[in-house]
Design a binder for this molecule. Structure first.
Ligand SMILES: [Zn+2]
Length: 351
C-alpha cells in the first residue's frame, strides 16, 4: 500500500479531504483494510482481522498472505515467509467485497474531481472569476409568509414580497420584459447551473414566444408582467384586470403553464392591482431590493449589500441599451453574488 500512514492518521485529514465526506472515508477505510491484510505495521495490524472477520475471511481463499504480526512465533512464521516469497509483490488481491468497495469509492472520487474540474472550466469559459457556489437544496415546502420586513400581506390579496424570508445565504435573480432574446444568455445560465425567473410582457414577447418556451423547458418559470407594460396605478380596475389576466391566459396558452407570480411594471401597483391579480390566480407579487446592470448594482438599502432572500431585478436587454450583452450582465451578477458568499436560488421554489 502506498499510504499506510493513513491507517493511523484517519482523524487528521486535511479540510478538502474531510469535505469529501463518506466517500473519502470509505476509501480510506478500504485502503487501511487492505494495508492490514498486506501486513501493515502498527497498532491496528493485529486487531483488524478480529474487528472485521467477515471481510478478512475471504482473504485466505484469495491467497493473500496472513498478517505477520498475527502469526504465532516459530514454524508458522517461516511458512508464511516462504509463502510470501512465492506471492507476487504488491498489490495483493483484495477480498471481493473490499475490492468492489474500493473501486466504487475510487470512481466516486474521480467523478467528483471531474465535476470540480468541469465547473472550473465552464466558469473560465464564461469569463467568471470563479465558479458559482453550489446551489442549496430545494426547500421541501414554500415558506408560509408572515408580515416581516420585506413582505406586505392583506386579506384576499397576493403577498407583495421584496425579500423572501429565509436564513439561507441565497438571493434570487429575476429578469423582466423580454425585448432582448439572446440564446447565449440562456445557454450560459444552463451551463453554469444559474437559476432565474422571467417576468414577461406580451407586447415584447409575442414576436418570439419560442425563446421563452425553450427557457421554460430548461426549468425557468415564465411569469406575468402584463400585456402592454403600462403603469397600472393610473388605470381603472377593469383595465388593470385585462392587462394582468389576459397575460395569464396568453402565457398559459404559449408556455403551457399558468403563472403563479406576477410583477407590475415599474413596481407600481395599488389595491385594485392586487385584487385584479388575485381574481385570475396570481399567488404572489415579487418586487425587488436590488437592480442589476452589466457594470453596477442599484440598492434599495443604504448598507448596499445583499441580504438572505433578496430579490434582484434585471432586464432582457442588450447592446442597444446597455452597450453590453446579457452574458455580460449575468457575469457581473454571478461574480458579485459569489464574492458576497451567496448562491442564487430558484424564486419559484421559495415563493
Ligand atoms: Zn418591466
Amino acid at each position: 500500500m502506498d499510504r499506510p500512514s493513513d491507517c493511523q492518521t484517519n482523524g487528521g485529514l486535511r479540510g478538502s479531504q474531510k469535505r469529501r465526506g463518506g466517500v473519502r472515508n470509505g476509501l480510506l477505510a478500504t485502503v487501511c483494510l487492505s494495508a492490514v491484510l498486506a501486513g501493515c505495521a502498527g497498532p491496528a495490524g493485529p486487531a483488524a482481522p478480529g474487528a472485521a472477520p467477515a471481510r478478512t475471511e475471504p482473504a485466505r481463499t484469495d491467497a493473500a498472505p496472513a498478517p505477520k504480526a498475527a502469526a504465532a512465533p516459530g514454524g508458522p512464521v517461516e511458512a508464511a515467509d516462504r509463502g510470501a516469497a512465492r506471492v507476487p509483490a504488491a498489490p495483493p488481491l483484495l477480498p471481493g467485497l473490499a475490492r468492489q468497495e474500493e473501486e466504487a469509492s475510487s470512481e466516486a472520487v474521480a467523478r467528483q474531481e471531474t465535476a470540480v474540474r468541469t465547473a472550473l472550466e465552464t466558469a473560465q469559459r464564461w469569463g467568471l472569476e470563479r465558479p458559482p457556489l453550489k446551489a442549496l437544496p430545494r426547500p421541501a415546502t414554500r415558506a408560509r409568509l408572515t408580515p416581516v420586513q420585506g413582505v406586505k400581506l392583506a386579506d384576499g390579496r397576493p403577498p407583495v414580497v421584496y425579500r423572501v424570508p429565509t436564513d439561507d445565504k441565497v438571493v434570487f435573480l429575476t429578469v423582466d420584459d423580454g425585448a432582448e432574446k439572446d440564446p447565449a444568455f440562456t445557454r450560459m445560465a444552463e451551463e453554469l447551473g444559474i437559476p432565474f425567473s422571467a417576468f414577461v410582457s406580451d407586447y415584447l414577447a409575442r414576436e418570439n414566444y419560442g425563446y421563452f418556451r425553450d427557457m421554460h423547458a430548461q426549468g425557468v418559470e415564465i411569469n406575468n408582467h402584463t400585456i402592454n407594460h403600462r403603469n397600472l396605478k393610473v388605470l381603472d380596475y377593469e383595465t388593470q384586470r385585462r392587462e394582468i389576466c389576459d397575460q395569464q391566459d396568453q402565457l398559459e396558452q404559449q408556455i403551457g403553464v399558468r403563472p403563479r407570480l406576477f410583477r407590475p411594471p415599474y413596481g407600481e401597483y395599488n389595491d385594485e392591482t392586487l385584487r385584479a391579480a388575485a381574481s385570475c390566480g396570481v399567488q404572489a407579487v415579487p418586487l425587488w431590493n436590488e437592480e442589476a446592470f452589466p457594470d453596477h448594482m442599484e440598492w434599495r438599502y443604504d448598507d448596499r449589500q445583499l441580504h438572505p432572500g433578496d430579490i434582484i431585478l434585471t432586464h432582457f436587454r442588450g447592446t442597444d441599451i446597455w452597450k453590453a450583452t446579457m452574458p455580460d450582465l449575468l457575469r457581473k451578477v454571478v461574480n458579485d453574488v459569489t464574492a458576497a458568499g451567496f448562491t442564487l436560488g430558484r424564486l419559484d421554489d421559495y415563493l
